[in-house]
Design a protein around this ligand. Sequence first.
Ligand code: AVJ
Ligand code: FE
Length: 441
Amino acid sequence: MNLAELSDDDLRAHVAAELARTRQRSAELTDSVDDEDLVRQHSPLMSPLVWDLAHVGSQEELWLVRDVGGREAIRPDIDDLYDAFQHARADRPQLPLLGPAEARDYVGTVREKVFDLLERTPLEGRRLVDRAFAFGMIVQHEQQHDETMLATHQLRSGPPALSAEPPPSDVDVLPPEVFVPGGTFTMGTSTEPWALDNERPAHEVHVDDFYLDTTPVTNGQYLAFMDAGGYDDPRWWSEAGWAHRQRADLRAPRFWQRDGDRWSRRRFGHLEPVPEAEPVVHVSFHEAEAYAAWAGKRLPTEQEWEKAARFDPASGRSRRYPWGDDDPRPEHANLGQRHLRPAPAGAYRAGAAPCGARQLIGDVWEWTATDFLPYPGFAAFPYREYSEVFFGPEYKVLRGGSFGTDRAACRGTFRNWDYPIRRQIFAGFRCARTPRAEERR
Ligand code: AVJ
Ligand code: FE
């Protein structure tokens, strides 16, 4: 969908469809458990699901009802409760939050007003509404919280609440690495209408020759690292990584458990043998970095990752996705919670990048070696608290989205970030390396 070329009426219809599709996902994630479960804290890392739901409504009220629509506040009394900067996630269950029924009512009331004002709002004249940006931002915001709620589901104990079809299982036998020739490419975007501030502006970047793993690192490969004593050998870990490995007593990816002489994992309430062909998920940056060192490689930089995913040598242009400029379809990538697990490495032939790499979009977020920093020419928009307050060396960038990420919140330029110790997100990685002397071309 080229939002830049749609008529205003078509753009409004697109916004309405995206809002509705997104709300359906939020409803599935919150209607699949009972009220007691909705208000419970499943992990100190997460909010209760009922907080995410009302927070989504609160952001929609602030940006669309009040700012874009210029309408009166619906619930000014609850602004503070749902301001993510006022209360840490761990403290949110103790707040006088809206209960499940009130929260559902509230998000419904906000949404009715938004559908009404969407019809009356000009989609130009003000940067916030140009090409319906604020609506797109709110769709992405809700989708991001839907992925956060999916991570909460993964942390919750008890019988399964969610179900989905397994992902496609047909895979190709592929060379383990692809070569990406050095040169300049355009990173980031100045034209994607709904791109967020940290993806902007487009700028030229030089990247040297490098090799990139064709697929994300699999559970089978990761098990080889574990079997080789990787968790007990400080040689492979950075100083901070080793300190964390010791403190947290890391021995395996999160949600894995030893079952006799095998490993099992808990996935959305199911205990199952670890599938060796699937990308590893729920590992920290530190674990990813240690694996890469053990394998004689390193993590790709964010620049390398984006070049592999977007640069088309035939045209010299950076595209929106590895497969081109078309919006993601089911044959391209494992996105949107259609499947509740990654597809095996080597799947999604139609989603291959020009360099031959697979599954750059979808399946698992991929840790990069790069700190979350602004691009040259960055300007916070429309609020500093989306990106700017997080810039710095404490956060590492992740790219590409996971099976839990919606297509509306994922593209070749999209940047995610988290602390290097975090494992509750659907994160894996792939390795890169610099050519050896005898490989120089
Ligand atoms: C981009 C996923 C790091 O969840 O912290 C949600 C997205 N920002 N509400 C987050 C976000 C405000 C953000 N991440
Ligand atoms: Fe939020």
